[in-house]
Design a protein around this ligand. Structure first.
Ligand code: UDP
Length: 376
């Protein structure tokens, strides 16, 4: 890694997607230098992947299913990698059987043991199962009103409880609303048409992004240790948790974290598809065999088991009333900090459950704002 630059144009806290995108744009469009400070011993944030001892490429912080809502964001990221198709297939293990998830026509037929003549007859069947709820206030209401109690109980309730440690009644509807509900046979995990995996992995992608000489990275460094020593000429971009930045002035924001446990087998493939969810059994939520989508040709394959927990690295902001209220207060400080050219962006800094393409888009927008400020 390149050496520290004490007086960079930009000081960037965090070498995840936001940090890398902003450093890249700054170098390319403004010839600005950036110093990226990263706490961990690697770049790429939670997208970090690497070859394990058996040569299997593993996503070290859970699966990252890259998909793009917007072509222009896809085009931008394509500057740094070649792609392979990412037709993500996920199944849910319920009462000893595997069902397509998101719920689709095949799931409904298998679960209710009915062969529907058409999409319409499946919808009519589900309409009778739906519970009439006037105001949808949370994740439980959302699924009960769309799919009825049986599906809710078997596929959503316990998975959500395990994943968040919070009852779906107390979680915003947008959480379970991330999953599509389908009355056709589309088996893919996500709705976006552009579903791709970086051909040589995410770490390589982000390495390519920040390969310019104007970008330096300092790993294994806590922001607090450098913040008084380094004075950026233009701006600081902070991508960590806001409560930490402001010394917990308004209290702690809750985060959900995960433990990852890996098991490598001398087998080309171990399970049916890339991800199997276990809503009602085990302490882990899901078992991921990433080789299904990295398409590596190796004798070995690796499973990753995800165990949710409340302590540890922050992965998921918790979208409930308590945290929304705390974040609102920090948001005011974030706005004030912007006036002093400190900008907060990303899943952690904005306390928002964002996907990778959304994060990249936000980073590009933020860079444009900063750039404008200095071209006046
Ligand atoms: N979910 C569920 N059952 C499943 C899969 C997801 O109840 O089989 C709910 C759960 O609350 C989860 C949310 O839907 O947190 C979003 O799922 P997604 O797979 O998008 O989560 P991520 O991959 O971001 O962890």
């Amino acid at each position: 890694m390149k050496k520290e630059n004490k007086n960079p144009d930009l000081l960037i806290i965090g070498a995840g997607p936001v940090g890398c995108v902003i450093a890249e744009r700054a170098a390319k469009l403004k010839q600005w230098t950036s110093l990226i400070i990263e706490k961990r011993n690697h770049i790429a944030g939670n997208c970090y992947d690497k070859l394990n001892s058996k040569g299997v490429l593993v996503h070290m912080y859970g699966p990252h299913y890259m998909r793009f809502k917007k072509k222009k964001i896809f085009k931008y990221v394509s500057n740094f990698t070649k792609w392979i198709n990412g037709n993500y297939i996920v199944k849910s293990h319920v009462d000893g059987k595997l069902y397509p998830i998101p719920i689709n026509l095949t799931t409904l037929e298998k679960f209710f043991k009915i062969k529907f003549k058409s999409k319409k007859s499946a919808i009519n069947f589900i309409i009778k199962k739906r519970i009439n709820i006037k105001k949808i206030r949370n994740s439980e209401d959302f699924i009960l009103s769309k799919l009825g109690r049986e599906i809710y109980e078997k596929f959503y309730k316990n998975y959500t409880l395990k994943q968040w440690g919070i009852h779906p009644k107390n979680l915003d509807k947008s959480i379970v609303g991330r999953l599509p509900i389908r009355f056709d046979r589309n088996p893919y995990y996500v709705n976006q048409k552009i579903r791709v995996m970086p051909k040589y992995g995410y770490t390589r992608l982000f390495q390519n992004m920040i390969s310019d000489k104007k970008i330096s990275v300092q790993l294994k460094t806590d922001f607090n240790k450098v913040k008084n020593k380094i004075k950026p000429k233009h701006a600081t971009i902070y991508t960590g948790p806001p409560d930490l930045y402001f010394n917990f002035k308004y209290g702690k924001l809750d985060w959900r974290s995960l433990n990852f446990s890996f098991k490598t087998h001398r087998k080309k493939k171990i399970q049916d598809c890339v991800q199997i969810n276990y809503p009602n059994e085990h302490k882990y939520t899901r078992k991921v065999e990433i080789k299904h989508v990295t398409k590596q040709k190796t004798k070995y394959s690796t499973l990753c088991f995800e165990y949710p927990k409340s302590k540890g690295d922050p992965y998921y902001p918790i979208n409930n009333k308590k945290n929304k209220n705390i974040f609102k207060k920090y948001e005011r400080l974030i706005k004030k900090a912007e006036k002093k050219n400190v900008f907060f962006e990303g899943r952690l800094a904005q306390y928002k459950y964002l996907n990778m393409d959304e994060v990249i888009e936000r980073a590009l927008n933020l860079f444009n704002r900063i750039k404008k400020k200095y071209s006046r």
